[in-house]
Design a protein around this ligand. Sequence first.
Ligand SMILES: [Zn+2]
Length: 157
Amino acid sequence: MKCPYCGFTQDRVVDSRESKEADSIRRRRECEGCNKRFTTYERIDEIPYMVVKKDGRREKFDRQKVLSGLLHACEKRPVSANKLEQIVDETEAYVVDSPERERSTSEVGELIMTRLKEIDTVAYIRFASVYRDFQDVGEFKQELDELVSGKDQKKRK
Ligand SMILES: [Zn+2]
């Protein structure tokens, strides 16, 4: 399996477990190039999990796509690869757990934004500005103000 972080193709499996419904096997792998860990899923004749875009088009849920979006948002930010992978795992579980086997991109985006907000404000703002497609500067400013005042409240407690 090609490492999502460095592209190296040698890895070792550090953990394997079957899902609750026994329809997939999740494997934790460790890259032998950079030693980072990533997850693969093995399924029977994979039925794709879909995300539904704003214009109604569906596309296959793609872990790699989620991860690259996160890596982009977290560039030069103090967010560990492990944290990012947790978010990707949670995002995939969210789509997989859906009874319709699909979620809208906005639902997925909101989940990711909620997690990023807890971890790193700058990464959150970067991700949100791409994902939420802020209509104007005023809207963006409002979001920033809310974040800043939210922080102040925490400090006062
Ligand atoms: Zn690697």
